[in-house]
Design a protein around this ligand. Sequence first.
Ligand code: BMA
Length: 320
Amino acid sequence: MNEILKKLDRPVLTRFDVPYPAALIFNAGVTKYNGQYVMLFRNDYGSFEEQRLDGTNIGLATSADGIHWTVAPKPCFALKTDEIERVYDPRLTVIDGVCYVCAAVDTKHGICGGIFRTEDFTTFDLLSLSTPDNRNMVLFPEKVGGLYTRLERPMPVYSRRHRDRFDIWFGQSPDLRFWGNHKLVMGVEDVPFANDKIGPAAPPVKTEKGWLTTFHAVNLDPDRGKNGWEAKWTKSYTAGVMLLDLDDPSRIVGKYSEPLLFCDQDYEEEDGFRKSTVFPGGMILEDSGEVKFYYGASDTVECLATADVNDLIRLCLEGK
Ligand code: BMA
C-alpha cells in the first residue's frame, strides 16, 4: 500500500448490505448532499454463487459518517429505451446545490457519456449524451472561467490502430448540454504504469494548489489469463493522482509518477470477478483535510481509503 494512504479494514459496501438482488457492488459515485453522504453504486445483479450476471441497476445508499451506509429498499435508477440499453458507473458532482450524475450509457449505436440532473435521487433528467464512444466523464464542482468543465475520455479505436490507446481530454460548456473547448490533458504515454489506456476516475476536488484528481490506468498483460471468476481477465486497473491548474484545468501542475491506489488487501480481491482492479468513483475533501476515496475493487465490492490532502498535493508536486 502507498504509505500515505489508509485503507478501511473491510469493504465499505458489499452485496450483503443490499436488500434486493445484487451480485457485484462497485464503481460508486459519492458526494455530500443536504448534510449527509450520498452514494449511487453500480449493482450488477444475477447470482454471485452461480457466477452469473443478468443486468445492471444503480442503487442509493446514505450515511451520516461516510463509513456506515444504509441502502434504500429499491434500486433508484435503471434506464432502458428503444435506444438505451443500460446506465452504469455513476460519478456525482454537486454544483450550486444541484447534484449531477455523469454515467456510462450503453446504446445500440455505441457507448456514450450521459449527464443527468437530480435533486431527489429518484428522478434523473438526462441533460446531454455525448457521441460514441466516450463513456468516462467527470464534472468539476464549480464553473471555471464562467463555464461548466469536465474531464472525459473518448475511445478512438480506428485512429489508434485498433488498440486501447485512450487518453484524458478536457471540455467546457455554458449549460451542460453543448460541449466544446476540447483539449488533450494527458496522453496514455505520459503514465508510466499504464501500457493500455487511461481515463478520469472520481470528480476533482478544489485545493489551494490546484484541482486534485484521480485517474484510472490500465495495464494489459496477455499472459495473465484467468484472474477472478471472469473467464479471462488480462488487465490490471490502478489509480494515479494529479493536480490541475486552478484557472486552466487542462494544464497539469503536478502528477505522482507511481500508482496511488491498487489492490493489495485480501478483502479487495476475495472471490473477485476481475481481480487486480480498483476504480475510484468518489472523492471527498473533508474540512479536516482528510480525503476519502471510494473505489470499486475487483468489480465486486466498494472500498474506502483515506489520505491527508497535503500529503497528496506533495506527492503530485514532487512526483512530476
Ligand atoms: C471498465 C468499466 C468499468 C470497470 C473496468 C474494469 O471498462 O467497465 O466499469 O470497472 O472496466 O473492469
